[in-house]
Design a protein around this ligand. Structure first.
Ligand SMILES: C[S@@+](CC[C@H](N)C(=O)[O-])C[C@H]1O[C@@H](n2cnc3c(N)ncnc32)[C@H](O)[C@@H]1O
Length: 219
């Protein structure tokens, strides 16, 4: 943790404080615990959002009365379950995942959470799936949590497919502490920030790795 703090310049709260707040405000029931633990159990990278970030995603969707949401990057379905629970019973979350194994584990977790009707996992490259999805909009929210090189494209898609007042949410926008590095990925992520600030009403929330919130104008 100390190394991460000096490398990233991010001042994390002490882990025991974060754990306390997660327990009090963002506790796991059975299905959430299974989805959260599934990546490690299935030999997948444990790179899902943290419990409080997952809770925040659902909280924000509830605030805007979201019914139709797109997620880019499913992994084992943890954030999908967090978000789908915030939708009304006839709400719909479409989650895009390139890895068939991740999609299969996610579908099992989503079924176990009783959300099989509300969540659809589509398998393929997000950019190509988004092309097909464009005809199914507009959407209330888009959550981006996949390949970091793709964020600009995903942000532009959100700009074109969100309803007025709809939300673009994006995780890891500090790029694991490398946002200001001299690399093509960092340059692309900085462009994503700049384009989002120009196209939306936006704010970057200083979670440990940055969470961008951007609201489509006009709502
Ligand atoms: C950080 S994980 C998603 C975590 C998930 N949102 C959660 O918090 O529970 C990123 C996922 O995006 C997927 N992914 C990476 N590049 C992708 C792409 N180009 N299209 C679709 N999915 C992609 C990875 O296979 C991985 O499962």
């Amino acid at each position: 943790m100390a190394d991460d703090q000096s490398r990233t310049g991010i001042r994390y709260a002490a882990p025991d404080i974060v754990s306390f707040c997660d327990r009090v405000h963002a506790a796991h029931d059975g299905p959430l615990r299974e989805a959260f633990e599934a990546p490690a159990a299935a030999g997948m990278p444990p790179i899902m959002v943290a419990p409080s970030e997952g809770k925040l995603l659902g909280f924000l969707l509830g605030l805007i009365g979201a019914r139709r949401v797109v997620e880019i990057g499913t992994l084992a379905g943890y954030s999908a379950i967090r978000m789908a629970r915030a939708l009304p019973p006839d709400g719909h979350l479409i989650s895009l995942e390139v890895d068939p194994k991740h999609a299969s584990v996610a579908r099992q977790n989503i079924e176990r959470a009783g959300l099989g009707e509300r969540v659809e996992v589509r398998v393929g490259q997000a950019l190509s799936l988004l092309g097909e999805l464009a005809g199914e909009g507009p959407f209330d929210a888009v959550f981006v949590d996949a390949d970091k090189e793709g964020y600009c494209d995903y942000g532009r898609w959100a700009r074109d497919n969100l309803r007025p007042g709809g939300l673009l949410l994006a995780d890891n926008v500090y790029l694991f502490g490398n946002l200001l590095a001299d690399t093509p990925t960092a340059e692309a992520m900085r462009r994503f920030h700049e384009e989002s600030a120009a196209a939306f009403e936006s704010v970057c929330v200083p979670t440990p790795d940055g969470l961008l919130l951007a609201r489509q104008r006009g709502g």
